[in-house]
Design a protein around this ligand. Structure first.
Ligand code: ADP
Length: 850
């Protein structure tokens, strides 16, 4: 059985179940008001919505009364009915205790109920009837249900709107980031930022201030609707944006701020300036990346009561942040491009400076490049003159100037200061700088306003300065200084190189002159054996045209002469000295040496005269000795004969002295003759000699002598054959001399030892004794001709015989074989004489070595 509902429940049911189109809130809400009128005794109805912006209720829909007749309703309205509805959160009607006057829809009975969503009153619903006490409790109950439904519709609509807004916001941000990050140009990045900020807000105009390394740039943007309906933004640079305290605050805190005249918001000073500018409100946003402020952006409102909304603020700042990154990127890119450009030019300068030896051209080009990169009016280079007292203008780039004869004294001007102090200087306003010297302008014909001057320093020495004159925008910066500093480094290197080159060339010509004019013959070849130089003396000595010879192979110029071989052959150990004879029969003492990175040089002294004197001396000595020998032989013979005669003791003693004296003189003469023979003839008779055999033979020869002195002579023959190429008779005399000295100088019963050792290059023979040794002061002299040590007269009654020629001869012979000789000795502890012989003889002209 069907249960018939009561009219009240029926009404409440209808309200609760009525189908409203939520997607069209306007339609839904006017339908809701219609339903209220239908169900309840009313002539008028209205729906108010809460507005955050104004902090009160705004009429949205009305029934039975035009909407415009309904006014705004402040939440703080003191009407008791409204207060009660808002505080008790229920429907209340006038009439019970209060009249309706002051309420919307009055006069008559007015009922009011709050529309509550999520515990917030988001709207108010009003119903009015002209009769008294029209609404009973049940009616108020139904109004409450109506209000709840209205709240649902309002909330849904709000949510959709905020979703739409979110979407709008996202799409704006997306567009902004796309437009801003796509550009690589700073102006474009700024413009795109402004376009999108203006789109996101209702501002009338926008101003941007970008700080740029000390300089700032201000731009003003206006919205414009074109004929086509397209919205565009036009900009124009402005000299500056009025100075507001809040601007500094924003740049410091990096937080946005707002100013408005009505209601007044902002400091007194800010608001005064705002009024003066004819602006009613402004929002100022920092333009910053991270913690770094690039500038700020302000949105300006002309009409009173207009101001940026909270949500717009957020969106605008988000877009501005994207803009800041874009602008920063563009600035970086600009600097990077500028830098790349500068590097390219520097590279060019470097190449030019190091590749050309024409310094003037290089410096001139460098100044042109420098002027171009810095875009200054001129770039000039001053160098210290030779006196070191004046700076002379050497090169310039940029404006044509009178550069000839321009010179500055070192005590004068900015250039003088920089040269003296070796420190760069930027003077961006020369008139206020005491160093500035206007007389220089008179010389160059420039009107200087700003100067960047860097020193040219090489090895801590000032060479001069480079100056950039007149910056295009007024001020030179540190980065300009760095750039020109690099140029200066290149220039200093180039100057250094050129000085070095000049010195080397001077040196070379001096050397050439010396070589050409020297009395010695000089022949110089390059590493491939071609003649570099045959000097005058060599030309004459070898009958060569010195000029024609240059550049030709040495082998060709000295074709039939050993010098040709000496200058090109690979098989010679250099340096080497050799005696050579020229086609004109002159004897030259030639030293041939290697010169690193050049080739070989032969320096030859003409020793023909010396040779002649030497020859004469030997001849003289030989004849004298020969002539002395015959009478000496006669005396000795006479003495021998006298020996058999009956003589007194005294006579016999005198005879014995005479015999000894003649013997020693004969020995001396024989020694001298031998020395002369050996020393004047370097032509050794080389043959394979078994050194071991030669030593054994020498020991045998001297054995009787050793035995009389009771010496032991120890020699252990080597295990391997010791065959050397040598002149056997001369080598024999070497061994004989050394062994006989050891026997002669050692006390009786001495120990003498001969030993042989060898390596890949040579064989070494040593003769050691445990005799008296050689005093230190004598060691250097024992190889001299006729030198005899103090040991020979140790016992004045019985001096040790000798001539002082033995070791001199020995040394000559050893060296003739390409070996060397030395002694290791300590006085009182014996001596060891050692000499070496190369396996293969490397003959040297022994007589020439002395
Ligand atoms: P001489 O043997 O005729 O004196 P040398 O030229 O052979 O001349 O030697 C020169 C000097 O060297 C000798 O007078 C002597 O003073 C010193 N001398 C040479 N050999 C020895 C040696 N084995 N021990 C000590 N002194 C030596």
């Amino acid at each position: 059985m069907a249960v018939e509902s009561k009219p009240l429940e029926n009404k409440a049911h209808r309200v609760a179940t009525a189908d409203f189109n939520f997607h069209n809130p306007a339609e839904a809400l006017s339908n809701l008001l219609q339903l209220a009128i239908d169900l309840l005794p009313s002539q008028r109805a209205a729906l108010y919505e809460y507005d955050d912006q104004v902090g009160g209720f705004t009429p949205r829909f009305a029934y039975g009364i035009p909407l415009r007749e309904l006014g705004h309703l402040s939440s703080s309205s003191e009407h008791p009915i409204l207060q009660a509805a808002l505080s008790q959160l229920r429907a209340i009607s006038s009439g019970e205790t209060h009249g309706s006057l002051g309420l919307p829809l009055a006069p008559g009975t007015v009922a009011c109920a709050p529309c509550i969503s999520s515990s917030k009153t988001i709207g108010l619903i009003f119903l009015a009837n002209d009769e008294k006490d029209s609404y009973d409790r049940d009616d108020l109950g139904i109004i409450e249900v109506l209000a709840t439904r209205a709240a649902d519709i309002l909330a849904f609509a709000k949510q959709t709107a905020s979703q739409n807004y979110l979407f709008h916001r996202l799409s704006l941000l997306y567009q902004a980031s796309h437009a801003i990050t796509g550009t690589r140009n700073r102006q474009e990045a700024i413009k795109q930022t402004v376009i999108h900020v203006l789109k996101a807000t209702s501002a009338d105009r926008c101003e941007v201030m970008v700080l740029d390394g000390g300089e700032s740039e201000a731009l003003r943007f206006h919205q414009q609707i074109e004929k086509s309906g397209l919205q565009t933004v036009n900009s124009k640079p402005i000299s500056t944006i009025r100075d507001y305290p809040i601007h500094h605050q924003v740049l410091k805190d990096l937080q946005p701020a707002t100013l408005s005249l009505r209601p007044p918001k902002g400091s007194h000073e800010d608001l005064n300036t705002l009024e003066e500018e004819g602006i009613s409100a402004a929002a100022i946003f920092p333009l910053a990346t991270g913690n770094q402020a690039l500038g700020f952006l302000r949105l300006l409102y002309n009409q009173p009561d207009r101001m940026i909304r909270e949500q717009e603020m957020e969106l605008a700042q988000a877009i501005i942040n994207i803009g800041a990154v874009g602008i920063q990127d563009a600035i970086h890119l600009e600097t990077a491009e500028e830098r790349a450009n500068q590097l390219e030019v520097l590279d060019e300068i470097g190449r030019e400076m190091t590749s050309t030896l024409d310094l003037e051209v290089a410096l001139e080009n460098t100044m042109k490049h420098t002027q171009r990169i810095l875009q200054c009016e001129a770039a000039v280079l001053f160098l210290l003159d030779e006196s070191g007292e004046k700076l002379v203008l050497k090169a310039s780039g940029g404006r044509q100037m009178r550069i000839r004869d321009v010179a500055i004294r070192l005590e004068e001007g900015i250039a003088g200061w920089v040269t003296r102090n070796k420190r760069p200087l930027i003077v961006n306003d020369v008139r206020t700088n005491p160093l500035y010297h206007s007389a220089i302008d008179a010389q160059t014909g420039l009107l200087t306003t700003s100067i960047l001057c860097v020193p040219l320093v090489s090895r801590d020495e000032s060479l001069g300065v480079i100056e950039a004159i007149n910056h295009p925008r007024g001020a030179f910066t540190e980065s300009d200084q760095r750039m020109i500093h690099s140029v200066a480094s290149w220039a200093a290197i180039a100057l250094d190189n050129s000085n070095l080159f000049r010195r080397v060339t001077d040196e070379r010509s001096r050397l050439e002159a010396t070589l050409v004019e020297t009395a010695d013959s000089v022949v110089l070849t390059d590493s491939s054996g071609n003649i570099i130089l045959v000097n005058q003396a060599a030309g004459q000595a070898f009958r060569i045209n010195t000029e024609l010879a240059t550049g030709r192979p040495a082998s060709e110029i000295f074709a039939d002469h050993p010098l040709g071989d000496l200058l090109i052959s690979e098989d010679i150990n250099l340096p080497t000295t050799i005696e050579i004879t020229t086609p004109k029969d002159r004897v030259l003492h030639a030293t041939i040496s290697e010169i690193t990175d050049v080739g070989r040089v032969a320096v030859m002294q003409d020793i023909t005269a010396l040779k002649q004197i030497d020859h004469m001396r030997s001849q003289l000595l030989g004849t004298a000795a020969h002539d002395l020998k015959n009478p000496l032989n006669a005396i000795r013979l006479g003495a021998d004969l006298l020996n058999d005669a009956p003589l007194s003791d005294q006579q016999r003693k005198a005879l014995s002295m005479m015999r000894r004296a003649t013997d020693s003189m004969t020995n001396l003469i024989t020694g001298l003759l031998e020395t002369i023979r050996v020393e004047t003839s370097a032509n050794l008779l080389y043959e394979p000699v078994d050194l071991n055999e030669l030593i054994l033979l020498t020991i045998d020869d001297l054995r009787p002598l050793a035995d009389t002195r009771k010496h032991s002579v120890v020699y252990e023959p080597p295990t391997e054959p010791t065959i050397v190429m040598a002149d056997v008779s001369r080598l024999g005399s070497v061994l004989n001399n050394l062994l006989s000295n050891a026997i002669k100088f050692s006390e009786d019963s001495g120990n003498i030892e001969i030993a042989v050792e060898w390596d890949d290059e040579c064989i070494t023979v040593s003769v050691s004794d445990d005799g008296p040794g050689i005093p230190e002061d004598e060691i250097s002299r024992i190889f001299e001709h006729l030198f005899r040590g103090r040991v020979t007269v140790r016992d004045p009654n019985n001096p040790i015989e000798g001539t002082g020629l033995g070791l001199a001869l020995t040394k000559t012979v050893v060296e003739q074989h390409g070996g060397s000789i030395w002694v290791d000795t300590t006085e009182g502890q014996g001596s060891t004489f050692r000499f070496t012989l190369p396996w293969e003889p490397m003959p040297k002209t022994g007589s020439l070595q002395k």
